[in-house]
Design a protein around this ligand. Structure first.
Ligand SMILES: [Zn+2]
Length: 66
């Protein structure tokens, strides 16, 4: 399962952060490498919801729901 985190402003998936992000929370405060938009806590929360949603859909597909 891979839902890439994308910049809310330009859609870029490349971010500059002080350390290598190992989890979603590590992206907090990172800067978009393309347009310079900072990642906010809300961005991370909404992305986490998106991942949860994708996981749920994936689980439903596996048991035969379309
Ligand atoms: Zn951007």
């Amino acid at each position: 399962m891979n839902v890439p985190f994308a910049c809310k402003n330009c859609g870029s998936e490349t971010f500059k952060s002080t350390s290598e992000p190992k989890s979603l929370e590590d992206l907090y405060g990172a800067i978009c490498a393309n347009c310079g938009t900072a990642v906010s806590e809300d961005d991370i929360k909404s992305h986490a919801l998106k991942i949860a949603d994708e996981l749920a859909r994936d689980a439903l597909r596996k048991v035969g729901f379309k």
